[in-house]
Design a protein around this ligand. Structure first.
Ligand SMILES: Nc1nc2c(ncn2[C@@H]2O[C@H](COP(=O)(O)OP(=O)(O)OP(=O)(O)O)[C@@H](O)[C@H]2O)c(=O)[nH]1
Ligand SMILES: [Mg+2]
Length: 419
């Protein structure tokens, strides 16, 4: 980025910030007005009641409980607050601008998410970009700096195949021309993006959304503890707040607390949960009930939580096959997505899981979770290159809004942000 560019960027980000702040203040004022109006109405009502009660008290001296003692309905706080106008804001605004967003199209939620993603990938970046930039300085790339880069990529869990690919294309470029540090990073970003985009392009679907007019069934699979249930909860919120009729099937009947955990998420996102409380219930039977219910209610998206832990792995795969069979039989034209949930902090272990699941579970995509605070965010590249799975969503936190559709540009920018 030249100085002129970065001056312009800051100016642009400052304008966006001012606009968001103004919008937030207007919303606040509007909310305040509404609340005052409500209070006014309440007061009038109370006064009327008071007068009535006074009349009654004259006849009968009974103590009457005052209305203030009765608690009002709980306030639902889902609005994200605008943070400071800082480096995080400027960076996030620029990433949105680079994708063609106009100043008045930017939302606080988007800024908040990008800030979280960039913060989350800080550890991955620390052991990688910071060191790389230190090593490179302002000098052009040399064959030695490529060796350093190779080590750093492997250390960030990018995987051997992706690393080889990136290094050999950089080497080729170096043979043809002098590549400065800045241009080198730009080229590196482009190569990493190409790797992540390949399986997405191959799938023919850029952005995974439920198809309208059909029943979409998304199965969340993966080993225990990777974040399946949490991810499902966040997906339920994303889906219902995007106006898709959503339903949850609690098909993890293996772990006793799983249904309760899902019900909490269901409540948070106002989505119903179909479950079977009896011990040793058959997961396929829960899916059977859920499909009946989904058909009756004209549901767009049925989210199915599955167990991550059964006695043996074969058992788990058999269970998944049984669930799919039931769906195929009952709704042959349903669109089934089998999404493998992977915990980024498990690095190469996660890659192994992906390879083993991909062999037997007929997966159609991956969801990477726990990208907040791990130094192994690079594993997303290994999943794309070595398992050929399109990444569909990424999670960076335990909150309901901490999951977003995967965007390779934002991901690579966050992973290689230079501060
Ligand atoms: N920091 C962080 N924690 C997460 C994220 N996603 C899930 N978790 C946490 O990871 C833990 C396990 O999450 P679950 O959703 O229960 O995982 P699961 O795969 O359903 O686990 P089993 O049902 O036991 O197989 C919980 O403490 C979650 O809060 C994330 O993106 N970031
Ligand atoms: Mg679970």
């Amino acid at each position: 980025m030249t100085n002129i560019d970065s001056d312009n960027s800051r100016e642009w980000a400052a304008q966006a910030y001012a606009l968001l702040k103004k919008r937030q203040e207007e919303q606040k004022e509007e909310l305040q007005k509404k609340e005052e109006q409500k209070k006014e109405e309440q007061k009038e009502e109370e006064q009327k009641e008071e007068e009535q009660k006074e009349e009654e008290q004259k006849e009968d001296l009974i103590e009457i409980s005052r209305k203030e003692d009765i608690p009002g309905p709980p306030k639902i706080i889902t609005e994200t607050k605008l943070g400071e106008f800082d480096d995080n804001f400027t960076w996030s605004a620029m990433v949105l601008a680079a994708q063609g967003k106009k100043i008045n199209q930017i939302s606080i939620d988007e800024i908040d998410w990008l800030t979280k993603l960039r913060r989350g990938l800080e550890e991955t970046r620390k052991g990688f970009v910071t060191e790389l930039l230190d090593k490179l300085g302002d000098d052009p790339l040399t064959p030695e700096s490529l060796d350093d880069l190779e080590t750093l990529l492997i250390r960030a869990d990018v995987g051997i195949d992706s690393t080889d690919k990136v290094i050999s294309s950089l080497r080729k470029k170096l043979n043809e021309e002098v590549v400065g540090a800045e241009a080198g990073i730009k080229f590196l970003k482009k190569q990493l993006k190409l790797i992540i985009d390949k399986p997405i392009k191959n799938s023919g679907i850029d952005l995974l959304v439920p198809q309208k007019g059909k029943l979409n069934v998304w199965l969340l699979v993966g080993v225990n503890g990777v974040g399946k249930t949490t991810t499902l909860g966040k997906l339920a919120y994303l889906s219902s707040s995007s106006n898709y009729k959503t339903l949850i099937a609690a098909a993890d009947t293996f772990r006793a607390a799983a249904v309760e955990q899902l019900k909490v998420w269901g409540k948070r996102s106002s989505v119903d949960v179909i479950s079977n409380q009896s011990k040793n219930a058959d997961p396929a039977a829960v899916v059977f009930d859920a499909i009946n219910s989904a058909k009756k209610r004209n549901v767009d998206l049925l989210l199915v939580d599955t167990a991550g832990r059964l006695q043996t792995k074969n058992n788990l795969m058999d269970e998944l096959a049984k669930i799919k069979k039931i769906i195929d039989k009952k709704v042959p034209d349903a669109i089934i997505e089998s999404l493998l949930v992977l915990d980024a902090s498990q690095g190469q272990n996660g890659l192994k899981q992906a390879k083993s699941f991909a062999k037997s579970a007929n997966l159609s995509g991956a969801i990477i979770t726990k990208l907040d605070g791990t130094s192994r965010g690079g594993v997303s590249l290994a999943i794309s290159e070595e398992v050929n799975l399109p990444i569909r969503f990424i999670g960076a936190g335990e909150g309901i809004k901490d999951l977003r559709p995967f965007n390779s540009y934002e991901f690579v920018e966050a992973m290689l942000a230079d501060k």
